[in-house]
Write a protein that binds this ligand. Sequence first.
Ligand SMILES: [Mn+2]
Length: 288
Amino acid sequence: MASSPFRSLWISDVHLGFRECKAEFLLEFLRQNDCQQIYLVGDLIDFWSLQRGGRWPAAHSEVLKTLLAKARAGVRVVYIPGNHDEVARDYLDLRIGGVEIVQETVHITANGRRFLVMHGDECDNAVRCSGPLLHGLGDWAYDLLLFANRWYNRWRRRWNHPYWSLASFLKQRIGQAAAYIARFETAAAHEAARRGLDGVICGHIHHAALREINGVLYCNDGDWVESCTALVERTNGALEILRWDHQQAIVMAKESCSAGARLGYWLSSDEESRPTTLSKRRLPLGFE
Ligand SMILES: [Mn+2]
């Protein structure tokens, strides 16, 4: 473990119990990436889906077992329940199986920066006024998107192509979503600024991001339903977003190594890694 390049790791929106959860990819990711601490930033288990029947294949249990095994092996595991697993909020400030359960926390990086870590549904009030996007339309459109994503990737697998998120790709083309995403990101960043912190780390909207907003660093670790992304802290305190692309992690976005320095972003395609800026990308539709 001492050789691991990662100090901390954040994953959220795994949605165990939901048919679209990419538990196998997450298992690969967890087995191949050691760290000193893991933050589970909400929606680990999708109780909403389980109430509707849900789905619980062996891999979903395996994810929980793997996390508990890591806690037993000395990794600090912090669980911050989200809105889909808010029943776990009844157990706040307890330690179960070596896992700390908290509503939110402040993470201090190796280079001394302080980040608010929360699921993100706390910001819903600031975003709700964006209209009916997430009411009615959101539910069935998202289900349809994930359905198409599943069949498309089944076809890709048959032809030996790696997993590729059609859902994320299509969401980037739905312009309506930009206002929703931007409002959420601004609200989350504002909360960090209000508390005098250097940044915020959250999940909830299933859209990984790492960028400066109004003087604080906004980090979203994405999800394991469509994009298979995680936020990691290297041992020098630098933060990066990794996308798990079957057997390997691809750096999706990273900040420059010097603390408090201006941020540089790198986005990678399957073939190459090239510098660009996030502002050139259309923002995808965000769902909770
Ligand atoms: Mn959520």
